[in-house]
Design a protein around this ligand. Structure first.
Ligand SMILES: *Cc1c(COP(=O)(O)O)cnc(C)c1O
Length: 376
């Protein structure tokens, strides 16, 4: 079966290989069978391996859901009675974390920081110093709305110095930017199969320290479905997910992981950087400007400012590109017109080269001046 290849430049789900797509077509199986339990156990082990964790210390707990489920689970399951969360808020995904805490009515300190530069570490330390009841520090590793990369290693170290543990949302960096869970001072991180590993949507995972998960057994249970210890314990004792897993998505994830290790951590990251280099090259050629300076960017997302041209219309340009197999995506910066070009997925520099040809055609078609103009 031939599936048309689409180039997704949105921040996930990402372009997948044909072999990953095809891995979903399997004989029907009841996920309570031992055979399927083994598939999940293998995946879980591989997920820990990607961030260089040891099985004795870390585990990956699987959940059925999109990436936001990982934010929900970690925040609500890992806060002990009498403790507060500390959230570094500098983008739409850490803002989402605050919304989750609000939804549960949990106490937290929101450290609002600029969205276009890394956070001020002194502000984080001051907050830790002046509050002795912080249970965990939470920060997004890569703020996908802007492309800002946050200093997890430094903030993780600060959290540990003050006796808090460190949770980071690595949904849009995991299996792309090399992460070492020990050196990066991570107690918990999370991701989703449709992003870094280039699998299908519907499977998410929280990777974290076993001793803390065991301890969280005595923390208040705030959600029935999204509870970390419950899911961990159920899998440990039965080899099954508590509730029905996304069976076909899991077979795709198994194949995606095979391909991940075949490509290799370094080569894969080099490929993503190559893709971003080509994205930047095309922007420079057309005069497109970005919302963030390149030195603070992750290398995976570029937020491009809308040109100040009467004829610029994002939807029209989007549709023109979409009809030709390239998907671009609106930005997520409040009150600012931006769109995003992302280096996720099974794509390479040649795909971006082909994209820029189509994008230029679209500008010409709608009579947007080249090089594009900005008033400010
Ligand atoms: C994609 C993403 C998520 C998850 O979003 P879903 O739409 O729920 O899959 C969470 N955090 C970050 C940083 C992301 O990029």
């Amino acid at each position: 079966m031939q599936v048309e290849r689409k180039i997704l430049l949105n921040p996930g789900p990402s372009t997948t290989t044909d072999t990953v797509k095809q891995a979903q077509i399997v004989p029907d199986i009841c996920p309570r069978e031992k055979e399927f339990g083994q598939v999940m156990a293998d995946i879980s082990r591989d997920l820990v391996k990607i961030v260089h964790g040891k099985d004795d210390d870390y585990t990956a707990v699987l959940f059925c859901g999109s990436g936001t489920i990982g934010i929900d689970i970690t925040l609500n399951s890992l806060l002990d009675k009498g403790k507060k969360a500390l959230v570094v808020q500098n983008g739409s995904y850490s803002k989402r974390a605050c919304e989750v805490l609000d939804a549960y009515g949990l106490p937290y300190i929101e450290l609002k920081q600029p969205i276009d530069t890394p956070p001020d570490l002194d502000v984080v330390e001051d907050a830790l110093r002046s509050n002795d009841d912080i249970g965990y520090v939470y920060m997004t590793h890569h703020e996908t709305g802007t492309g800002l990369l946050n200093p997890i290693r430094e903030v993780g170290a600060l959290a540990h110095n003050y006796g808090a543990f460190f949770i980071t949302d690595t949904t849009s960096s995991y299996a792309m930017i090399p992460i070492n869970i020990y050196e990066d001072n991570i107690d918990f991180c999370m991701a989703s199969a449709q992003k870094g590993i280039m699998g299908m949507t519907g499977l998410s995972y929280v990777i974290g320290r076993k001793d803390i998960i065991e301890k969280s057994k005595d923390f208040p249970v705030r959600s029935y479905y999204c509870n970390l210890y419950m899911q961990y314990h159920y899998f440990e004792t039965t080899g099954q997910m508590h509730f029905t897993p996304p069976v076909q998505t899991i077979y795709a994830a198994r194949q995606a992981l095979i391909e991940y290790f075949d490509e290799g951590e370094e080569a894969k990251w080099a490929r993503h950087l190559r893709v971003m280099e080509e994205i930047h090259r095309g922007e420079d050629e057309l005069g497109l400007k970005e919302a963030l300076k390149r030195e603070v960017q992750s290398g995976l997302v570029s937020a491009v400012r809308y040109p100040d041209d009467m004829n610029w219309d994002f939807d029209k340009i989007h549709d023109y590109c979409y009809e030709r197999g390239f998907t671009i995506y609106p930005g997520k910066i409040e009150q600012k017109g931006t769109f995003r070009l992302c280096a996720l997925g099974a794509i390479d520099a040649g795909d971006i080269e082909a994209f820029w040809k189509v994008f230029r055609e679209a500008l010409e078609h709608y009579k947007v001046e080249i090089p594009v103009r900005y008033d400010g």
